[in-house]
Structures are given as structure tokens and as C-alpha cells.
Design a protein around this ligand. Structure first.
Ligand code: SF4
Length: 210
């Protein structure tokens, strides 16, 4: 298996329950809900993406010929120290590429494996932390995990229905868009009206981390 990685670097997790944790970020190239090309955005299944996941030309990106090679890169980025090793695997859509071999190779190097997925593909077994961020109008099959992160507001999604899914944490995150203030208001309103939801902000953008 060859893995196409957009970027891979050491940082602090900026979102969600694990916000503030030291982590290696591994961003796979490619997504099943958008090509990543601006000319396709208007007709894509997901239209509000703020991430460049096209190609392998980002910091630490490239093609990796085996799980061992990629896990070795992740471990090198972490450096010395065995405590709290965390890798956050994202995209694009990570479930297009993440497989048992890579999860095993990361575990063998002492990492907890977290994924951030749109939930339209089932999560591979052995993942330690599953964060699903559902997109309106898509068929989400991964309806259980650790963290449900709802980017809000979105058409085609009913938060009341999402509350029936099996997650430990329900987070609402204002959409990063031109109508940012209105999105923040909407997210606050949801958390106030339905306390199962907690407001989540993108801390890495506040402090200027990648
Ligand atoms: S599912 Fe995620 S990575 Fe894919 S286009 Fe939407 S926001 Fe971007």
C-alpha cells in the first residue's frame, strides 16, 4: 500500500476535546466529498471546506511506500519521549487510506491513534479516538465514536437527530465562513438551547498555529 500524504508535522491539537494536546498531524491527500478544486466546489457534496488536501506537496508530505515507513516518519517527528504519544490522522478523508497495517505500525511505536473523519466510510478497527464531523446531505455510516463535531450552521442536518448517535462528546463549532459572527451566534444558541452540545472553537486559529 502506498500512502499519499499532503502534510505531516508536529503541533498542538487545535480542536475538540483533545484541544491543546501535543500531536503529530498526519493529513492524507484526497476526499470523497470534494475534489479539492475550486471549480468543483459549487457541485460538491461538501462545499465549505477550508483545507488544502490536494497533492503531496505540503510540509512533511509525500508518498510513503509502506505503513512502517510512514509510522517511522510520525515517530521521528514526535522525537524522544514515550509519554502521551498522539497522532491525529485527518484529511481530506482519512478512511480512504488508513488501514490496519498503519494503525498497527503506529501502535507499535507507542502512539494513540485519533482520526477526524466525515463519517461516510466506516472507521478501521483499532483506532483509539474517533471524531466524526458530519456533512449535510451525506450518508453517515460511522454513527458511534468519541466525539461528534458539528460545524454549524449547515443545511440538511438536524442536531436533534444527531443526539441519538452514540458519541461521548457532542461539540458544535461555528463555521469558518464570511458570515462568521452569525455562525458563532448560531452555535452559541444551539449549545444554550440543547445542553448536550458544547461550544468548540478552533484554538489553533486563535493562537496562529498550523
Ligand atoms: S469532508 Fe472534510 S476534507 Fe472533505 S471537503 Fe468536506 S471539510 Fe473538506
Amino acid at each position: 500500500m502506498t500512502y499519499a500524504v499532503k502534510e505531516c508535522f508536529l503541533t498542538l491539537q487545535g480542536e475538540g476535546v483533545q484541544s491543546g494536546s501535543r500531536a503529530v498531524f498526519l493529513r492524507f491527500a484526497g476526499c470523497n466529498l470534494w475534489s479539492g478544486r475550486e471549480q468543483d466546489r459549487a457541485t460538491a457534496d461538501c462545499r465549505f471546506c477550508d483545507t488544502d488536501f490536494v497533492g503531496t506537496n505540503g510540509e512533511g508530505g509525500g508518498k510513503f511506500g509502506s505503513a512502517e515507513e510512514l509510522a517511522g516518519r510520525v515517530a521521528n517527528l514526535w522525537g524522544n519521549g514515550e509519554q502521551q504519544r498522539l497522532v491525529v490522522i485527518t484529511g481530506g478523508e482519512p478512511m480512504l487510506q488508513l488501514d490496519d497495517a498503519l494503525v498497527d505500525a503506529l501502535h507499535a511505536r507507542g502512539f494513540r491513534v485519533a482520526v477526524e473523519t466525515n463519517g461516510t466510510l466506516p472507521a478501521v478497527g483499532g483506532v483509539d479516538w474517533i471524531c466524526v464531523s458530519p456533512k449535510g446531505g451525506t450518508d453517515v455510516v460511522q454513527r458511534k465514536g468519541n466525539e461528534l463535531k458539528l460545524v454549524w450552521p449547515q443545511e440538511g442536518i438536524d442536531p436533534v437527530e444527531l443526539e441519538t448517535w452514540s458519541f461521548d462528546h457532542f461539540l458544535v463549532q461555528p463555521m469558518d465562513c464570511a458570515e462568521r459572527e452569525a455562525a458563532v451566534d448560531a452555535a452559541i444558541r444551539l449549545a444554550m438551547e440543547r445542553p448536550k452540545w458544547r461550544l468548540s472553537l478552533q484554538a489553533h486559529k486563535v493562537v496562529g498555529l498550523a
